[in-house]
Write a protein that binds this ligand. Sequence first.
Ligand SMILES: [Fe+2]
Length: 235
Amino acid sequence: MNSLITKIKEQESPPKVIKNLFSENEIKEFLKLYHDLPITVHNKKQNVIKKRWLQGFNKNLEKIFNERLEKEIGSFKMDNLKDDEGRDILGLIQESYAPIGLHVDGGFELKNQIYKQTLIPLSSVGSTVIFKNRYYEGSTNFTQDPIELGKKDLKYGQNKRSDIHLKMYGNKSFDKKIHQKYLQHEDINNLKGLEVELIYKWEVGSMLIFDRTHLHCSSSVIEGKKIGIATFTKK
Ligand SMILES: [Fe+2]
């Protein structure tokens, strides 16, 4: 297991924003894809609609995405859940009205060499906060909420809940100004020891690429709703 973490670390690099990667027309196609796909989850509590990017709905977009990502990060495999027929799901499209809390998307198979994840915004107002801090034990929501922490009976594809982050990164209080401006949905005490690596301001046509080991969350800056596509790779 340790040699796997070493391999993961060897491939780590700073987050990268690629501007003007997708044309207006391609973004329109992504939005059409989003509307065409069936709803997977409608979580009323988090106020988020999730759809899986299933293969075959728009082959041209799949090709464009793969080619352009490979150009940026080299060879990769998609690391996703499978659909009912065992085919790879290419990503998750989320429409959210409320910011998503602190988590990591390390995946559900600890034997995988996780690599990069991407975020393609399909709406313009929003931002994503990437922390310097990293975690190597799979998809986890980091929270102090006792009800959340009590959730142990998780279904396929659901993140673990944990407060272990509060013991991992030291006791330094989180930056009050950044908290006030971007992270009002998070209890500042839940951010102890964390430091910001990058705040990505959503810009339609651009794409964010970052290591899957980074803790991250949405910022609290949302006007109405926002839509974004997340994809996850492994080596
Ligand atoms: Fe995420």
